[in-house]
Ligand binder design. Sequence first.
Ligand code: GDP
Length: 161
Amino acid sequence: ASRVDHEYDYLFKIVLIGDSGVGKTNILSRFTRNEFCLESKSTIGVEFATRTLEERYRAITSAYYRGAVGALLVYDITKRPTFDNLQRWLRELREHADSNIVLMMAGNKSDLNHLRAVSEQDGQSLAEKEGLSFLETSALESYNIEESFKSVLTDIYRIVS
Ligand code: GDP
């Protein structure tokens, strides 16, 4: 049985996007053990979306974002390119997602501080420039995962209520 069978007052679709390997699947599995009512899509769609610059994936991309009211943009603090690619992900979001979508940026794998390639300050600066909320997270250590979703959900709830 899925969470969709449970009773709830609101059901929000939130998508996780970001390069392959940044930790989307683990963030989601960590989070869904909590008691939130949330319809979530598998990251198989996201990984397709990683290559959305190819025209044939366009339809999948649109379907993936359709109805989404929140998005978690994830990068890996140990892999600079996953951070640099956030600009591309943002462009795609602005092209395909609802213009009122609530965005949150997550610098994942904060437990790997010794391998860090993106400073927290760089993350913060980009988030401020783009007007996004930002947290560093660790799916491994269960650090700031709940807080990230709560932040997105609180912002959404404020808009719909
Ligand atoms: P996805 O492709 O974005 O869905 O990424 P996955 O969730 O499949 O994770 C990719 C790899 O990173 C896996 O080997 C995970 O175990 C690892 N991983 C994910 N989150 C973390 C984290 O917070 N810390 C560490 N150290 N590894 C992580």
